[in-house]
Design a binder for this molecule. Sequence first.
Ligand SMILES: O=P(O)(O)OC[C@H]1O[C@H](O)[C@H](O)[C@@H](O)[C@@H]1O
Length: 321
Amino acid sequence: MAMLSMPISLPTPTPSSFRRVNRFKGMTFASLSSETTSVGVKVTEGEGKLPKVVLTSSQGSEADIYLYGGCITSWRVPNGKDLLFVRPDAVFNKKKPISGGLPHCFPQFGPGQIQQHGFARNMDWSIIDSENVEGNPVVTLELKDEPYSRSMWDFSFQALFKVILKTNSLSTELVITNTDNKPFSFSTALHSYFRASVTGASVRGLKGCKTLNKEPDPENPLEGKEESFVSNLIIFMDVVTFPGFVDCIYLDAPNELHLDNGLGDTISIKNTNWTDAVLWNPHLQMEACYKDFVCVENAKIGTQQLEPGQSWTATQLLSVE
Ligand SMILES: O=P(O)(O)OC[C@H]1O[C@H](O)[C@H](O)[C@@H](O)[C@@H]1O
């Protein structure tokens, strides 16, 4: 995709910590300050002139994160491949969430009482911290309640999203804190879009999981158990493939899945505390692009309750060999 790149000059690293702790509200690119960034963490102007954080590791991997939605839109490994996918119909005008990369679903996975997938993917996140640890850039974004979120979900909260880029991995930590004086409940997901060849893509690790299949009726998901396997007469593997429309929740999914993207890469998707997984491919509902991606999402489908002052933390580690 065409990018307008306007790099901000980097501050001189502080040898002892390589850390910058400054708050930047992601509203206007013009107000950016170089003080918000560390080595390998650069704020640029992305598509639609939206502020975009570019992480660059010393070994040549890169990641792009839009402050709008706190959405990681690109993860480029050192051989130049971008392992994430942004749909061709994605818009960068804040009129709707960015359709692609790793969008947040919070405080609702959906469908439910508020908008599908919640509001976190269509609000501006702020940079609150950045550092460089042994050549690996790290940035932490924050989202807090505002009148917009309060109009749908009347609670005070803080979401912290830490992103760490290493040579062959991209890891995230999401911390949700109840900053209100009353309890609240939420569900959430990282709606991860991976670049793929849909006919060759498969996910290993889901065999035996309880499923809630939204096909054929999204309003009444069918309960079942994942039994899929693929045989080439010699090898039997517990892989799930994408032969057509797929929209299925896997409850109590394991802490590691493997995605063969059908393009020559196997991506390990490890997590802590993301209890569930979702596979999605829209097939002919998105004729222009369904062949080029699959969504393998880490999710927390059952609601999580937090008392005032309590936090919930989940991590995701994406890595390639
Ligand atoms: O179009 P979106 O709101 O981004 O949602 C896209 C899809 O996300 C998830 O994978 C859900 O399971 C689907 O039911 C939904 O259609």
